[in-house]
Design a protein around this ligand. Structure first.
Ligand SMILES: [Zn+2]
Length: 437
C-alpha cells in the first residue's frame, strides 16, 4: 500500500497487521518526518518492508508543482534537492530539469549516488533511534533499517518526450546498478503517459531497452491509468509491458497504482504478470503524475462484484434495483458479508444508509454560496474499512482461485449488473474478461 498521510497510517493494520507485505513511501514524506516514519515502521506495522520512491520526476515539471502560494519551494522538497545535489540543487523552484542537464558524466554519477544514498540512510538512523528498536533482535532491526529495494532516479516520459528522456533514464539505472552493494536490490522506475502505451513500437523499444538493464525489478506508474475506463488496446498493451518486464518471473514488477485488473494479472488471471500491486488506503488505484487539486469529497461504496468504488447514491440505487437491499441476509449473500458490513447493518438493512451519511455545508462560489454535501467522518471510515477488507480478499482470491473461476465471476457480474447500469459503468468487466480469456 502507498503511505499517504500519518492520519491514515493505522490502515496498515487493517484488517490485520499481516495484510500488507510492503509499503511505498514518497521521498518528500521521508524527508519531512523521518522519526514519524520510523515509528510507523517499527511500532505501527511490526516491520513492514518499505521502498522509498525518490520522486525525482517532481523536478522536471513546472516549478509551481513544488512551490507554495508564496512561490517558495516546499521545505521537504527543498531538503530533497539539497540531498540530491546537482543538477537539481541549482535549478529547483527556478526552472524544470531537462535531459540536457544530464550530459556531464560526473554530474549524473554523483546525482545517482546521492539519490541511492538518500534511500539507504534517510530512515535507517531514525529506525535505529526509535524507542522500541531496543527490544528488537539485531537481524530484525537490520531488516527494518534497510529499504526492500533502492530505486534509481528516473524521469517521466510521454509520447513526445520519450526519445529525449529514455537514454537519461537508462543511464541513471545503469549507474545505480554499478553502485549497488552486496544484498541490495536495485529497481528501475518507469513512469509514462498513456500515449507511450498506445504505440506498439514504443512499447517494444521500451521493453527491449529496459530488459537489458541488470536491475532486480521495476516500479510502474502509468499517468491517470484508470483500469475501469480504459479500452481493450491499452489494457492489452499494459499487460504486454508488465509481462515482458517480468521476464517469466525473473524480475519483480510492481504497479504503484493498480486496481482489480492488475490484481488479476498478478495472480492466476494473468500468469503472474506483476509481482505486486499497490494502491492508496482510500484513493490511488490510478493517479496523475502531475498532481491537480482535490475535488469535493464524496462517499463511495466499493461494490465488490464491480471491483469499483461507486458514489453512494448511485450504489444505493443500483443495489436497490438489483433487489439486494431487500433485507440484511440478501445483502450479505449477494453483495458483502465482511465484518464491517455485518457490523454496520447489524441485521437491519435500513442501516445501509450509514455508508452515505453526509452533512450539508455552504461553500463560496463566485459571489454567493452553494449548498454541498460532505460525507461524515464516520461514513468515510465505514466505506474505507469495507473497501480495505474487500481488497485483502481480492488479493488472496486472485492468487489462489483457478483462472476459470476468476474470469467466470467477472463475466457473471457484467451480465447481472447490465440490467440496471449504463454500459460505460460496467464495460471494464467484459474487457478484462476478453483480454484474460
Ligand atoms: Zn463489506
Amino acid at each position: 500500500m502507498m503511505f499517504s498521510t500519518f492520519a491514515e497510517q493505522d490502515y496498515f493494520r487493517f484488517p490485520d497487521t499481516k495484510t500488507y507485505t510492503g509499503c511505498i513511501i514518497n521521498a518528500n514524506m521521508a524527508s519531512h518526518a523521518p522519526a514519524g516514519l520510523a515509528g510507523f515502521i517499527v511500532e505501527k506495522t511490526a516491520g513492514v518492508s518499505y521502498i522509498i520512491d525518490p520522486l525525482t520526476h517532481a523536478f522536471q515539471h513546472e516549478p509551481s508543482c513544488i512551490t507554495d502560494s508564496k512561490n517558495k519551494v516546499k521545505k521537504a522538497i527543498q531538503d530533497l534537492a539539497t540531498s540530491y545535489g546537482e543538477p537539481i540543487a541549482s535549478t529547483v523552484g527556478r526552472r524544470p530539469l531537462h535531459p540536457s542537464h544530464f550530459k556531464d558524466k560526473n554530474i549524473i554519477t554523483d546525482f545517482t549516488l546521492n539519490c541511492i544514498n538518500y534511500q539507504r540512510d534517510q530512515l535507517s538512523s531514525a529506525v535505529a533511534n526509535n524507542d522500541s528498536a531496543k527490544y528488537l533482535e539485531d537481524l530484525e532491526l537490520e531488516k527494518m533499517k534497510t529499504p526492500y529495494a533502492l530505486v534509481a532516479p528516473y524521469f517521466y516520459m510521454t509520447g513526445s518526450t520519450f526519445g529525449e528522456w529514455v537514454n537519461v533514464n537508462l543511464q541513471l539505472s545503469q549507474i545505480a546498478v554499478q553502485k549497488k552493494k552486496e544484498n541490495e536490490k536495485i529497481f528501475a522506475e518507469i513512469i509514462i503517459s498513456q500515449d507511450v502505451l498506445r504505440s506498439e513500437k514504443r512499447v517494444e523499444t521500451l521493453l527491449q531497452l529496459y530488459a537489458e538493464l541488470n536491475v532486480d525489478g521495476y516500479l510502474l506508474w502509468i499517468d491517470e491509468f484508470c483500469e475501469h475506463n480504459s479500452d481493450r488496446e491499452i489494457l492489452e498493451s499494459f499487460y504486454k509491458l508488465s509481462s515482458g518486464l517480468r521476464a517469466s518471473g525473473q524480475k519483480e514488477v510492481i504497479n504503484l497504482h493498480g486496481g482489480y485488473f492488475s490484481i488479476l494479472i498478478a495472480g492466476n488471471g494473468g500468469n503472474g504478470a506483476l509481482s505486486g500491486v499497490a494502491h492508496g488506503p482510500e484513493f490511488g488505484e490510478y493517479r496523475a503524475v502531475v498532481p491537480v487539486g482535490g475535488g469535493i469529497p464524496i462517499s463511495r461504496y466499493y461494490i465488490p462484484q464491480l471491483h469499483n468504488r461507486v458514489r453512494y447514491r448511485e450504489a444505493q440505487r443500483i443495489l436497490k434495483d438489483m433487489g439486494y437491499l431487500e433485507n440484511a441476509d440478501v445483502f450479505h449473500r449477494e453483495v458483502c458479508s465482511c465484518a464491517t458490513c455485518q457490523g454496520v447493518l447489524s441485521g437491519n438493512i435500513a442501516k445501509f444508509t450509514e455508508f452515505g451519511d453526509a452533512t450539508v455545508k455552504n461553500i463560496t462560489r463566485g459571489d454567493g454560496f452553494v449548498r454541498r454535501e460532505f460525507p461524515t467522518t464516520e461514513a468515510k471510515e465505514k466505506c474505507l474499512q469495507h473497501y480495505l477488507r474487500r481488497k485483502a480478499l481480492e488479493y488472496s482470491f486472485a492468487a489462489h482461485a483457478p483462472k476459470d473461476r476468476l474470469l467466470g465471476l467477472i463475466l457473471e457480474s457484467y451480465k447481472n449488473f447490465s440490467k440496471t447500469m449504463s454500459l460505460e459503468e460496467i464495460s471494464h468487466l467484459k474487457i478484462w474478461y476478453d483480454i484474460l480469456k
